[in-house]
Design a protein around this ligand. Structure first.
Ligand code: MG
Length: 392
């Protein structure tokens, strides 16, 4: 049997909810006074959209093979991501065999090294990489997790990220991760409010349910240390992304400072094996949280995960929907997964990339069997209007 080759790469953008899950309407919990590095400016404190968290929008990468199959993937990237895919990355993909993902990744990364390395370029590379895995799965008629070595457990179990851990508990999740609302600029009163919310949730969910705080890069070492020490009383399981991603030294110090048994986690804004090497070798955290659509895709995540394994760190990807599910089910060092509660009031389970994907699986009673459909097992919703800004 001859191996199909890749005939076309196409990049599209979409507005509204999707892979850019921050692109939500007014009144959503995900944009309600969440602490950020911009919270020191009062005018940007109430809403992350005011400083442009949703400027990028969703990027859709579609890759077509000579055999007629089409693979696709979605990530955050919008127009600028589409430009990188069409004008630069496509040359390393078109004409190649559908099997040669490792070579294509290496060429995309090294070919863009002079302006890439992290950020939007890695989002774009991730989008192409995930579309290649989807395509290979469709050509082989197998789910991606089969191609990654197969499942190591029967099903995934999830914790929920959102404003209502108490409701997540009723829905069967193993834990709930709250957004931190107040940063250092809001002083002692803000710190007190952060602790009051945690205390209230602890009282609602009882002793055994996991509670975590996601700090979205908003703190400094001193504030994060004080928060962690005071939050121990309320059983905080981990403190997530407390510091800006470049402050590896701060993370190492914070990890030494937190109460014994409390975990430090980070990595959703980190990319590639080299970025995660810094976090792991410097002892920055107990759990790394790569976003599969931002860290370099599954090809790179395999390497990141192996590195983490050798450092006794867990790998629990940030969000990432099906791209996380197909990976996590194949890894011993990924014992649970994250589910983002995308209902505006975090009061019910809706698909993470709603409404962009069809057949996107969701946890039931906090658990999920990864579907056995070819590729990542999802389809683009034809009701979401795609734009191709840079057709060739
Ligand atoms: Mg986070």
């Amino acid at each position: 049997m001859s191996t199909p080759t890749i005939t076309h790469v196409r990049a599209f953008t979409v507005r509204g909810g999707g892979a850019d899950y921050h692109d939500q309407d007014h009144g959503h919990w995900i944009d309600d006074h969440i602490a950020t590095p911009m919270s020191k400016y009062p005018e940007y404190r109430q809403s992350r959209q005011t400083f442009g968290l949703n400027v990028l929008g969703t990027l859709v990468v579609e890759i077509e093979a000579s055999s007629g199959e089409v693979g696709f993937a979605v990530t955050t990237g919008g127009d600028i991501g589409a430009w990188i895919v069409e004008k630069h990355l496509a040359r390393f993909v078109e004409g190649q065999k559908v099997t040669d993902i490792e070579k294509m990744w290496d060429q995309m990364f090294n070919g863009s090294l002079f302006y890439g390395r992290k950020g939007i370029v890695l989002n774009a590379i991730s989008g192409v990489d995930l579309a290649l895995w989807d395509l290979l799965g469709k050509v082989r008629q197998e789910p991606v997790y089969h191609l990654l070595g197969g499942a190591v457990r029967d099903e995934l179990q999830f914790y929920a990220t959102g404003a209502r851990p108490d409701l997540a508990q009723q829905m069967g999740f193993i834990g709930g991760k709250l957004p931190l609302h107040h940063g250092p600029a809001e002083g002692e009163e803000g710190l007190r409010k952060n602790l009051e919310l945690l205390a209230d949730m602890r009282q609602r969910v009882g002793d055994d349910f996991w509670l975590m705080y996601d700090c979205w890069m908003s703190l400094d070492v001193n504030y994060a240390t004080r928060l962690a020490q005071k939050a121990q009383e309320f059983g905080l399981k981990w403190i997530e992304e407390a510091l800006p991603p470049d402050d590896y030294w701060g993370y190492a110090e914070l990890r030494r400072n937190v109460p014994k048994g409390m975990l430090v986690t980070t990595g959703e804004h980190e990319a590639t094996r080299w970025g995660f090497r810094m976090l792991l070798e410097m002892g920055c955290c107990d759990i790394i949280q790569p976003d599969v659509g931002w860290c370099g895709g599954i090809t790179e995540l395999i390497k990141i995960s192996a590195l983490a394994d050798a450092h006794n760190a867990l790998v629990v990807p940030h969000g990432s929907s099906v791209y996380s599910y197909h990976f996590v089910i194949t890894r011993h060092n990924s014992p649970f997964a994250e589910f983002l509660m995308m209902a505006p009031q975090a009061d019910k389970v809706v698909p993470m990339f709603n409404p962009l994907l069809l057949d996107e699986p969701v946890p039931v009673n906090g658990r999920m069997k990864v579907p056995d459909r070819p590729g990542f097992g999802v389809r683009l919703n034809p009701d979401c209007a795609l734009t191709r800004p840079y057709s060739r």
